[in-house]
Ligand binder design. Sequence first.
Ligand code: PLP
Length: 387
Amino acid sequence: MIYLDSNATTKIAPEVIDEMTPYLTELYGNPSSMHTFGRQLRDKIEEARAKVAELIGAEPEEIVFTSCGTESNNTALMNAVESYPDKRHIVTTCVEHPAVLNFAEHLARKGYRVTYLPVDNLGRLDMDVFSKTLDDHTAVVSIMYANNETGVIFPIEEIGEILREKKTLFHADAVQAAGKVPIDVKKLPVDMLSLSGHKLHAPKGVGALYVRKGTRFYPYIIGGHQENGRRAGTENVASIIGLGKACELAGKNLEKEAGYLSALRDKLERNLLRLCPDARVNGDTEHRLPNTTNMSFEYVEGEAILLRLDEYGVCASSGSACKSGSLKPSHVLRAMGVPSTAIHGSIRFSLSRYNAKAEIDKVIEIMPKIIKELRELSPFGKEKIKK
Ligand code: PLP
């Protein structure tokens, strides 16, 4: 199997599994218990909190553990509207993950005004349009650090500086960026930032929300006193420990890994563009995650490509993971104005540290064959080949 779908989810690092195993077996206590058996886990959770904080330059007490990136995003938006009840305007972009978009729609149904910022044909924000949408009623601006489908990175620092001047709360969904590009909240003017374990080689079912010291906070999950009253529910101890380890590993190797991944990704992209006619790359290649490429092979169905790749044991994705199983065209590519013939033939390859050079060579060898075969089956495709 060649796994090139790491933006959907990642392989759990073996070091992470080793670190977690005792807490799934012998050390099963509840960290809230009075006895030593349970209490000893509190230190491990704090150790993990410090490691997550370190990856993004935060203080440990600024990290709240959650169950996933979706919960972190929902918490951030809910916090903003609960903390500033008089402000009824939310700003986000057309290309967010559904974890933000659908929550914004939920708020819109409750009477909030939501502005969805457009992007250009490379998936970039127009900063002038952005500035003009802000007003005194804006409760929060939620913009992703990097797009999950194209890998395009947004100018979070520039956006944050404008928002700081306007004293407007800023949330960044960094679920795809954390562990792939350096993030330092000491320099980055964000108030809240979301992470997810399973995108950086920790397990599914754990995430974190960074909340800058001094930011008002209203819990989303209400119940017990866990997480200092900021997120109720008995802690997912083993996964929190796993997330800590994953963040430590990511931080240690970040630059080296980014160089390795971008070299592999660029090789794949360059060769597919060379060997497959009517292929294109979607999104701004200058400001992009090192592990991601979104390519379109015109006049072929992305799903058909995926099925053929699957027969060769290659896992990729056509758009975001949440869309698989539906033929609805990607909202991200549509917002970028990608022609429909190219949207339907779009494939996302997303790499990780576990991909070997030989795997990329294999994909470079089989993809042109797959595209040629599929075009021969499609009357429209045949026309294009003859041309
Ligand atoms: N935000 C982005 C940018 C994502 O890519 C994803 C998952 O694909 C999420 C949020 C949701 O994260 P989770 O799967 O941990 O809920």
